[in-house]
Design a protein around this ligand. Structure first.
Ligand code: AKG
Length: 301
């Protein structure tokens, strides 16, 4: 765990640990549920069909190759450092929607296998949001610490995020990181409960920006792992997380997706369901970082 950088600084060894691998608990629903409750996350390896995951990776990177962002062969995911996306795909939101709805990608993010896995975690049938966050992250990028409650808990708190590695993601390529034990930071849970879109900018103004400093201030550490293709992290709405920095020595993009699942019996937030979901702000797929040419800086989330 020595290859981790967060916000431009190497993460001290004492501040980083490995996710507990809960794959062996599958398909024991009660045990998985308990582990998710206790740890705030579930790290599940090797449950997806690797060929299906690599087909999704190829599909996404081929679309980015077509706009000049990924070098040939596309499956390697090497960023060219350039982009013709704005000229070739003037409707950036429509382009990103079509990439996010690719059949090979959806077979992984929304197919029977992941529904079965998450249904087992809930102990009842699960439904994914139709709206997908697909993230090709270039070198130098990362996602700062936050929890998902303000985005996805409007109609029910009984939601989990499923973060999927769409290819191998070594530590140097900036995989997901979780602030250990953060789902039990009662002051933050209380402050977060009730937060919604209306107050999102206040929240962003006050949220911690630095993973290591945040973890240190809470007397805890960060967790992460080397992800294989199709390894997933499942976590609840109060778990603070983000990503490490991508510092790939070969300029490889980190490719992952995150999708929310909830029991089918829970009420659905129309922002994230349907043929043309508006997403958090109502703009649709155009609001996502993925919709921006890779040469341009990300929004805060
Ligand atoms: O992949 C990332 O960079 C961040 C993912 C994230 O914030 C999420 O899954 O909720």
């Amino acid at each position: 765990m020595h290859d981790c950088i967060a916000q431009g600084e190497p993460v001290p060894r004492s501040m980083i640990g490995e996710f507990v691998d809960s794959s062996a608990l599958f398909p024991d629903s009660a045990a998985l549920h308990r582990r998710l409750h206790d740890d705030g996350y579930l790290f599940l390896r090797g449950l997806h069909d690797v060929d299906a995951v690599l087909a999704a990776r190829q599909e996404v990177f081929a679309r980015l190759e077509a706009v000049g962002e990924v070098a040939s062969p596309a499956r390697d995911g090497i960023f060219t450092g350039a982009s013709h996306r704005r000229e070739r795909e003037p409707d950036l939101g429509a382009f990103w929607k079509s990439v996010s709805e690719g059949p090979c990608l959806r077979a992984v993010t929304h197919g029977p296998r992941i529904r079965q896995i998450i249904g087992t975690v809930f102990g009842e049938p699960a439904v994914p949001h139709d709206y997908v966050f697909l993230r090709p992250a270039p070198v130098g990028r990362s996602t700062g610490p936050h929890c998902d409650y303000p985005f996805f808990a409007r109609t029910t708190e009984n939601v989990v995020t499923v973060w999927t590695a769409l290819g191998p993601i070594p530590l140097c390529e900036g995989p997901l990181t979780v602030v250990a034990g953060s789902h039990r930071f009662d002051d933050l849970v209380e402050a977060t409960r009730g937060f919604d879109l209306a107050s999102i900018s206040d929240r962003q103004a006050t949220r911690p920006e630095n993973h290591v400093a945040f973890a240190r201030s809470r007397n805890t550490r960060l967790l992460s792992a080397e992800f294989g293709p199709g390894d997933i992290l499942v976590f609840g709405m109060f778990t603070w997380h983000g990503s490490l920095d991508n510092h790939s020595p070969v300029g490889r993009l980190r490719l992952s997706s995150d999708v929310r699942f909830q029991p089918v019996s829970e009420p659905r937030d129309p922002r994230y369901f349907g043929a043309d979901p508006g997403g958090t702000t109502g703009v649709g797929y155009g609001e996502l970082n993925g919709a921006k040419p890779l040469t341009e800086p990300w929004h805060i989330r």
